[in-house]
Design a protein around this ligand. Structure first.
Ligand code: ADP
Ligand code: MG
Length: 730
């Protein structure tokens, strides 16, 4: 029987013959499946519309009667588009979205069939959610959780085939109110940032009444043929290859980055983009990435809460649309060894309701000082809470990038460019460390004239930094490609909120002591620069010298997830989150537990699939070939040929036998380690055992032998599609 691998190669042509609809004008379809405010205006009464607006702008609660009206409007809109079902759409702690569909259809008491959608069902639902991760929170209180409408993110319609479902973005909390999802803490962090940033922005402009965080993510991903993936149980089960020798050609020719997009992939991109546009996801760019079969897309930035929803939604859309094309999207951070992994750069800034980007250098001395204030506060936040920021991006998948030999390092540092480094130096080394009225000149630094040009110049854009200032925003580059950005965004916005709160206190204290406002601000900025400059680094973040230098500077370099997550339970983290009403202690502990458990399960599944593949795929192929060699050597010897005639086959036989033995021993030992790890009751210790003992001691070792055998064994016996086939055939 032909193996799946060869069937997959045969299948390529068939899979490639999917036709895509012709492109349409984007503005013609953009947001057509979104309940925008414009649509709301059409489908809601004045009263209901006003109440929706108030709830979005001012976070006001919507009462039940108004809820009924809004629900009716939503249903009318949905039905006009062919919707039959609705769902609360939420983001549990799995990095995926969750939904449970209910129909509008129901029966009256007398059996009359009707379609209805009540306010109660819009505002709150009780999904039987006991099998979502809860870190023990629900077990101890109440088995159920509930989802609650988040009006700040608009409802939308998801089309799957010809079916259409109205999705209501919701948060997910336990019965006693603890958050069980990615969104609740994010929304709280955004509220904290709003308050803290408005207080500080008002030093400069009294008209500022609201500050929002903006997020523009860049999503990297791999796309491979689905039949190939189906022949790789490791990809299907874990999203990555646990075995596979590097192909003769990898990314060394640097011919893929920004190269012509392969036609088949191009069709897929256009298809998912159209779906995304209908959902109001403002995609802007698409291009090839560095590794073969790796690509990237990025939207225009949006308010952070909405941007997070859009990213989660897009990951889902891409995965679904790929199937139509006989393709599979790999969002995993490291699907293939030896070539680049994938990240999700989080471009982040803060903007006022007066239309000012607080991280864009200003045009006047006053706005320059405002820029400098938010710029330095962000640096200080990252410096003070670096371990927490590192924890926010920790996952089994991301460990392959952070702390491995790849971008970016696990050391959190900030790149700000030559010019701003100089500006900060000047502020720091002010004569006598004092500012006075005569120093107004210093406030007139021509920051605004020089920065934009410098920043647009790519030579001043360090690509190896995990956290880089890029002209009018910071780019947090260490976020994993499969992660929900909410985690990183919750932490980033929380730490900046906390730092701004402290900044306000420090400045007010100086003002109370008699300093003029601007002078007080300069003094605190100067103090913050001194306290946090060790986090600034302009050099090559991948170099060994940096690791050594960072250690000297006392910057943390935590390479693995189980240890990185400790930061969530440190005193400063507890204080930060509780003080800003983002996580209670028990929520934090639950989250920590959930993340450790996710880590354990992922490594456990990888270990199992490794063992299974080694035994049921690799070993049989290797033994078959071993026997062929054996027969050959025996036969040549038997007919009386010199050893020279079969020495080559003999040495391959020997090599192969050694690898078979070493692989099998490795698998046995790995299973032993797993048993030991499973016996541990403390979740953290168990995660560390999985990390250091199961994975650390055995994964690379087993893989080494398997990959060696891949090069030795008769190609026609090898069952798993090879890297060159997955990465270069389409
Ligand atoms: P690259 O880093 O690849 O050069 P771009 O310069 O095209 O990427 O920008 C990347 C992302 O940054 C885009 O999603 C863009 O919308 C986003 N971005 C631009 N300005 C802001 C901002 N003020 N806040 C948040 N994101 C922003
Ligand atoms: Mg970028």
């Amino acid at each position: 029987m032909q193996s799946l691998r060869f069937k997959a190669i045969d299948n390529l042509r068939l899979n490639a013959e999917v036709s895509v609809k012709a492109s349409t004008k984007i503005t013609g379809i953009f947001g057509e499946n979104v309940f925008t405010m414009k649509v709301a205006r059409q489908f809601l009464s004045d009263e209901a519309y006003k109440s929706l607006v108030n709830s979005i702008k001012g976070g006001k609660k919507i009462d039940r009667s108004m809820g009924n009206q809004i629900a009716n409007g939503l249903r009318a809109w949905g039905e006009s588009k062919g919707v039959t079902h609705y769902t609360h759409w939420f983001q549990p702690l799995t990095d995926l979205s969750a939904e449970k569909h209910d129909s509008f259809f129901t029966l009256k008491g007398d059996g009359t069939p009707i379609e209805e959608f009540e306010g109660g069902a819009l505002i709150q639902q009780e999904p039987d959610a006991s099998s979502f991760p809860s870190g023990g929170l629900r077990a101890t209180f109440e088995a159920r959780g509930y989802t609650a409408w988040d009006p700040s993110s608009p409802a939308f319609i998801v089309e799957i085939g010809h079916g259409k479902t109205l999705c209501i973005p919701t948060i997910f909390v336990s019965y006693t109110g603890e958050s069980l999802d990615a969104k609740t803490p994010l929304i709280k962090a955004l509220v904290a940032l709003d308050k803290a940033a408005v207080d500080v922005a008002q030093y400069f402009d009294k008209n500022v009444t609201k500050v929002t965080a903006t997020l523009g993510w860049e999503q990297e991903y791999f796309v491979i043929d689905a039949s190939m993936a189906n022949a790789r149980p490791d990809i299907i089960m874990t999203g990555r290859t646990v075995f596979g020798h590097a192909p003769a050609k990898g990314q060394q020719l640097e011919d893929h980055y920004f190269g012509a997009i392969p036609e088949r992939i191009y069709g897929f991109m256009r298809d998912y983009e159209q779906e995304a546009y209908k959902l109001g996801i403002p995609l802007r760019t698409r291009h090839n990435e560095v590794a073969p079969s790796q690509f990237e897309c990025a939207p225009i930035f949006e308010e952070a809460n909405l941007a997070v929803d859009h990213n989660t939604l897009l990951m889902d859309v891409m995965t679904r649309v790929a199937k139509r094309h006989g393709l599979i999207v790999l969002l995993h951070e490291k699907p293939f060894a030896g070539i680049n992994g994938s990240g999700k750069h989080n471009n982040w800034s803060i903007a006022t309701d007066t239309g000012v980007n607080l991280l864009a250098p200003g045009k006047t001395p006053k706005t320059n000082l405002m820029f400098l204030t938010f710029f330095v506060n962000t640096i200080k936040a990252v410096h003070d809470f670096a371990p927490l920021l590192r924890a926010s991006i920790a996952s089994a998948g991301n460990d392959h990038r952070l702390g491995a030999n790849e971008a970016p390092p696990a050391i959190i540092s900030i790149f700000i460019g030559k010019y701003l480094t100089e500006v900060l130096n000047q502020v720091e080394t002010r004569v006598g460390g004092k500012f006075d009225e005569q120093d107004e000149a210093m406030l007139k630094l021509d920051i605004h004239k020089t920065i934009p040009e410098l920043m647009l110049d790519n030579t001043d854009r360090n690509r190896t930094s995990p956290f880089a200032f890029t002209g009018n925003k910071f780019e947090f580059r260490a976020v994993g490609s499969a992660a929900n950005c909410a985690n990183a965004m919750t932490v980033l916005n929380s730490i900046v909120a906390q730092t701004l709160k402290q900044f306000k206190k420090d400045v007010d204290a100086l003002i109370d002591g008699g300093d003029k406002k601007e002078i007080a601000i300069m003094h605190v900025i100067q103090k913050y620069i001194v306290e946090s400059k060790s986090v600034l680094f302009e050099g090559d973040g991948y170099s060994e010298e940096w690791a050594a230098e960072a250690e000297k500077r006392g910057l943390p370099n935590v390479k693995t997830t189980p240890l990185a997550l400790d930061a969530y339970l440190q005193e400063d983290a507890k204080k930060l989150f509780e003080g800003n009403d983002i996580y209670t202690h028990s929520e934090l502990e639950a989250r920590h537990e959930i993340m450790l458990e996710a880590y354990i399960k992922k490594v456990q599944i990888e270990a199992r699939i490794m063992g299974e593949l080694a035994t049921s795929h690799i070993l049989p192929s290797a033994v078959k070939y071993q026997n062929i060699l054996l027969e050959n050597v025996k036969g040549l010897k038997e007919v009386g040929l010199d050893e020279a005639a079969y020495s080559n086959q003999k040495s391959i036989l020997e090599e192969l036998s050694n690898h078979i033995n070493a692989m099998s021993t490795g698998v046995r030992n790995m299973i032993e380690e797993r048993k030991k790890a499973n016996a541990l009751t403390d979740t953290r210790e168990k995660a560390i055992a999985y990390c250091d003992d199961v994975k650390g001691k055995h994964f690379d070792d087993i893989r080494y032998h398997v990959d060696k055998m891949e090069l030795l064994v008769d190609d026609s016996h090898w069952l798993l599609p090879k890297y060159r086939e997955m990465l270069f055939l389409r």
